[in-house]
Design a protein around this ligand. Sequence first.
Ligand code: HAM
Length: 426
Amino acid sequence: MLTQAPKGTRDMLPDEAYLWHMLEDKMRELAALWGYREIRTPVFEHTELFLRGVGSTTDIVTKEMYTFKDKGDRSITLKPEGTAGAVRAFVEAHMYAEPLPAKVYYLAAPIFRYENPQAGRLREHHQFGMECFGGKDPAVEAELINLLMTLLGSLGLSNLTVHINSIGCKCCRPRFGEALRAYLGDRLQDMCEDCQARFEKNPLRILDCKQEKCKAIVKGAPSILDSLCDDCKAHFESLQKLLSAQGIPFSVDPTIVRGLDYYTRTVFEVIMQTGREGLALCGGGRYDNLVEELGGPDIPAAGFGLGLERILLELKNQGLVPEKPTLTDVYVANIGEERRTDAFVFAQKLRALKVRTESDLCGRSLKAQFKYADKLGAQYVVLVGGEEFERGAIKLRDLQTREECEYPAVDAAAQIAAKLSEGKEA
Ligand code: HAM
């Protein structure tokens, strides 16, 4: 137990950190280009926020939340998704009083769901999410989807299609509920207990059931697209035109309903085509009523969440993981114990000039230092000591070509730094 992480969690070990940094750098860069600003909200919130926000009949709320009482007897829940917290912060900070739309993003936010762990399904995962408050035009979703696909494309991921759907609004969704109930009525006894309970309270959730017997029945159900009101229909058509105008491939998929209750009109997912079937890389949509439902003014909004672990999985599946960077550029070796301090000081000089540098921290012999420098992937070894050092010089050896050159000790650090930056520019 002591040396085992809890089931469904993963350590991000140093060997993988460069991949997370690469993702985070790209995400920040694109967010800045599109005018989204970072928001960080607490890892836990009052449970009530998710009961109201995510929906009390969703799987997330009924089965997957990490909920506990704190020492003050308050019911607290670890974030099972990022949107509700972002909306709470938007309302609490009166961000709606600023010019709208307010565009925010969160980076590698930890999310907790008590799920059955398997590849791509964890109990703690991390999301990059974007939320745009204050725009009711379909251009909002078109912009979000464009950003999302630009991001996935910049990682080299291909063969990804956005699946889009509209699940209507308060006016037309009840009409669909009726059509669905009429279809499911005498098939209900063959469905799972959860679906039987959903039938009255939230029939749309039945479309999202993962049980094979329910999926088979749902296949023949009426399409929600046939029940949309004129406004929702026009919104969905405009979105499709905007996506086409941006050259973004998409497919209209009436089976996408999403596992959270706050969505209105547009919902979308990017599904992984390799690896496990049915796992989404990303999910999102419009949620025009949530801000008001959580105590704010009537402000429409839309957003998406992208699972970072699933992106990493897909990069591996598609053979797109970038090469691991070396750990240092220069290793400063001391020739003999008596030169350790000189080498240590010289290493600091190089670092001050922004050269990635390592020196001996373990009292290694010169031979062992060379071996270690090689393991680190150093390009050069600087030799401090020996006869050159007595003459006031410092030697640099290229570990690949074995070429050596000498520099006067007084400006050796500056010359080595210049040589390295020339090499990098070339
Ligand atoms: P979601 O579809 O539940 O949406 O999650 C978004 C993404 O998080 C998924 O597409 C997937 O990549 C990743 N994900 C979800 N669950 C797991 C898991 N157990 N293990 C690993 N990765 C997972 C939301 O959470 C919404 N808040 C998205 C949103 C933002 N909608 C509007 N704004």
